[in-house]
Design a binder for this molecule. Sequence first.
Ligand SMILES: Cc1cc2nc3c(=O)[nH]c(=O)nc-3n(C[C@H](O)[C@H](O)[C@H](O)COP(=O)(O)OP(=O)(O)OC[C@H]3O[C@@H](n4cnc5c(N)ncnc54)[C@H](O)[C@@H]3O)c2cc1C
Length: 161
Amino acid sequence: MKNIDDMKRINYFIEKLKPRRCAVIGGGYIALEMLEAFKTRDIETHLIHRRNDLAQTFEKETSNIIKEKMLAEGIILKLETAVNALEEKNGHVIVKTDKEELQYDFVLVATGVVPNTDFLKGSAIELGIKDSVKVNRYLQTNYDYIYSAGDCAETVNMITG
Ligand SMILES: Cc1cc2nc3c(=O)[nH]c(=O)nc-3n(C[C@H](O)[C@H](O)[C@H](O)COP(=O)(O)OP(=O)(O)OC[C@H]3O[C@@H](n4cnc5c(N)ncnc54)[C@H](O)[C@@H]3O)c2cc1C
């Protein structure tokens, strides 16, 4: 789920096939937003997440509040559960976890993003942390007339520097 076209495809799938049961894999912002969206469409919604807390960007207290709210809304939480494989069977998705095998009408994987910089590999532009474009605090790459910003570039944390 990256852009409006993806959203339209998911929406079309829900309207056309009327799925009854789905899983969202991951515990970050996008996973949570999608959980809410599916739940409000009256789909039985499960969250499968390998950690006990939600994304590390949430403090433990916040994570606990969100989990309580999700349970109250009827979302089924499968925490500390690692997904090992996804398989298609008779029009359903089989999710093989380290604990059990589960079956859903569809699954949304929201386990994070990586910088889309493959096209720069082997070029003269230097890559840095996790293959993001290496920049200084003015967002200049190793070529001072080429800048990089956004999800593919390194950033300076405003708080920690
Ligand atoms: C579901 C979802 C919800 C989000 N919600 C929020 C939110 O609430 N608040 C928030 O701050 N952020 C949110 N984000 C994150 C936010 O969308 C991104 O951080 C932001 O879009 C990054 O902008 P960008 O310009 O770096 O990359 P993008 O918006 O991804 O744009 C990159 C563009 O480059 C193009 N491109 C890629 N490779 C090439 C190439 N080789 N040549 C030419 N063009 C290329 C792509 O087609 C794309 O158009 C959300 C993201 C998602 C997926």
